[in-house]
Design a protein around this ligand. Structure first.
Ligand code: SF4
Ligand code: SF4
Ligand code: SF4
Length: 353
C-alpha cells in the first residue's frame, strides 16, 4: 500500500517545516556509503551471453516466467532494457566484427539519482552497498525513473491496485544470509565477481595493467556519476556497447547542490509535492474507478434479475387474464346459448298451445 493522503499531508508538514528555512529538496548530498560497501565487477571480456544470470535473477526474485526460455538466445538479436518483470538483461553488440555481451541492471550508485529525486525517500542507499526500494513509502510519482541516468527503474503499469517500481536489489536478502547474488553465483565464466568495492577496483586495475592488449584503460563505474557499486571492464569502448560515457563524474545530488541550493522551497519543492499529491489522488481514482465498475456490474445484475421476475409476473398475469377472458367468453357463450335455447323453447311451447 502507498502512503495515505493523511499520512502524506502530515509528512508534507514535517518536510516543509524542516526545509523551509534551508535548501531546495534536491540539494542535499547525504549518501555516504561504508568504505567496505560491496558491489560486483562485470568483466565484459569474459561474458559469453549464455543468459544464465538472467535465469538465476528470475529464480531468486520469484519473477514470472518469460515467453521464451532463457536458453533461447534469439532474444539477443534485440537490445533490451529492464522492465517490471525483468531486473537484468544481457545484450549483444557487434563491435569490429566481434560479438560483445554486456549485462545490465541497476548499478547501485554511490549517490543515487533515484534516491535523490524521491521526495518520500522510498529509495535508500544502504551503507553496505545496495540501493533499496520501500514499496510502502512509494506514491507512484515515478520521479526515480526520470532521474536514473541508466534508465533502470521500471513500473508495474499492469498492476492497477498496488503498482510498484522494480529494479535489481543487489540480492540484499541473500547478502544478509551470507549468500552471493544469484547472478554472480551462477555465472559459468566468472564474468561477475562479488566483493567490496575497493577490492573489485583493485582486481579490475590489476587485470587492465596485466593485459593491456585485452582491456581498454577504463573502469566504468569507478567515477561515473560519483561512482557505482557495479563496475565494468571491457575490451571495447563503453559507448560502443550501449553504455553512456557522457555522464561525467559528479553525482546527481552534488550536481543540484550548487545553484539549486539557493532556490526557495516554494519553487523547488512545491511542484514535487503537488505532483505527489496528484499521484496519490490518481491512485485513489484508479481504485474508485474499479469500485465503480464493480458497483455498476452489481446494479446491472440486480436489474437483470428484477426484470426477469417482472417479465415472469407480467407473463403469468397476462396468461391469467387471457384465461379469465376465455372463461368469461365461454360463460357468455353458454349464457347466450342458454338464453337462445330458452327463447326457442318458449316459442315452440307457444306454438303447441
Ligand atoms: S551468466 Fe555470466 S557469462 Fe553468462 S551471460 Fe551472464 S554474465 Fe555473461
Ligand atoms: S542505476 Fe538508477 S536505479 Fe540504480 S541506483 Fe543508480 S540511479 Fe538508482
Ligand atoms: S544482484 Fe540479484 S537482483 Fe541484481 S541482477 Fe543479480 S540476481 Fe538479479
Amino acid at each position: 500500500m502507498g502512503l495515505t493522503r493523511r499520512d502524506f499531508l502530515y509528512g508534507i508538514g514535517g518536510v516543509t517545516s524542516s526545509f523551509v528555512t534551508r535548501k531546495a529538496f534536491g540539494a542535499t548530498k547525504s549518501f555516504s556509503p561504508h568504505e567496505n560497501s560491496v558491489g560486483v565487477l562485470h568483466d565484459i571480456t569474459r561474458c559469453i551471453g549464455c543468459r544464465k544470470c538472467e535465469d538465476a535473477c528470475h529464480q531468486v526474485n520469484h519473477l514470472p516466467d518469460p515467453k521464451l526460455s532463457f536458453s533461447d538466445l534469439s532474444v539477443l538479436n534485440t537490445v533490451r532494457r529492464t522492465h517490471s518483470d525483468v531486473y537484468t538483461v544481457v545484450n549483444r553488440f557487434e563491435v569490429n566484427g566481434q560479438s560483445v555481451f554486456v549485462k545490465k541492471q541497476c548499478n547501485h550508485c554511490l549517490e543515487p539519482a533515484c534516491a535523490s529525486a524521491c521526495f518520500v525517500k522510498a529509495f535508500k542507499k544502504e551503507i553496505t552497498g545496495p540501493v533499496i526500494y520501500k514499496e510502502s513509502l512509494c506514491v507512484g510519482c515515478r520521479y526515480c525513473m526520470i532521474a536514473c541516468p541508466f534508465n533502470i527503474p521500471a513500473y508495474e503499469y499492469h498492476n492497477p491496485f498496488s503498482p510498484k517500481v522494480t529494479k535489481c536489489t543487489l540480492c540484499s536478502d541473500r547478502l544478509n544470509q551470507g549468500l552471493l547474488p544469484g547472478c554472480v553465483d551462477i555465472c559459468p565464466k566468472e564474468a561477475l565477481v562479488f566483493g567490496t568495492r575497493q577490492h573489485l577496483i583493485n582486481i579490475a586495475r590489476q587485470r587492465i595493467d596485466e593485459h593491456p592488449e585485452r582491456y581498454i584503460d577504463h573502469i566504468y563505474g569507478e567515477h561515473e556519476m560519483g561512482g557505482t557499486s557495479w563496475l565494468y571492464i571491457s575490451g571495447v569502448k563503453f559507448s560502443d556497447i550501449g553504455m553512456r560515457e557522457d555522464l561525467g563524474t559528479i553525482s546527481a545530488p552534488a550536481l543540484t547542490a550548487g545553484p539549486l541550493s539557493a532556490v526557495p522551497i516554494v519553487v523547488g519543492l512545491w511542484p514535487v509535492l503537488l505532483t505527489g499529491m496528484y499521484a496519490i489522488s490518481k491512485r485513489k481514482e484508479k481504485i474508485a474507478e474499479a469500485e465503480k465498475a464493480e458497483a455498476v456490474k452489481k446494479a446491472q445484475r440486480i436489474m437483470q434479475e428484477q426484470m426477469e421476475t417482472k417479465i415472469a409476473e407480467v407473463k403469468s398475469k397476462s396468461e391469467k387474464e387471457k384465461e379469465a377472458a376465455i372463461q368469461k367468453a365461454v360463460k357468455q357463450a353458454v349464457a347466450g346459448a342458454e338464453k337462445k335455447f330458452q327463447s326457442e323453447k318458449s316459442e315452440i311451447e307457444e306454438a303447441k298451445s
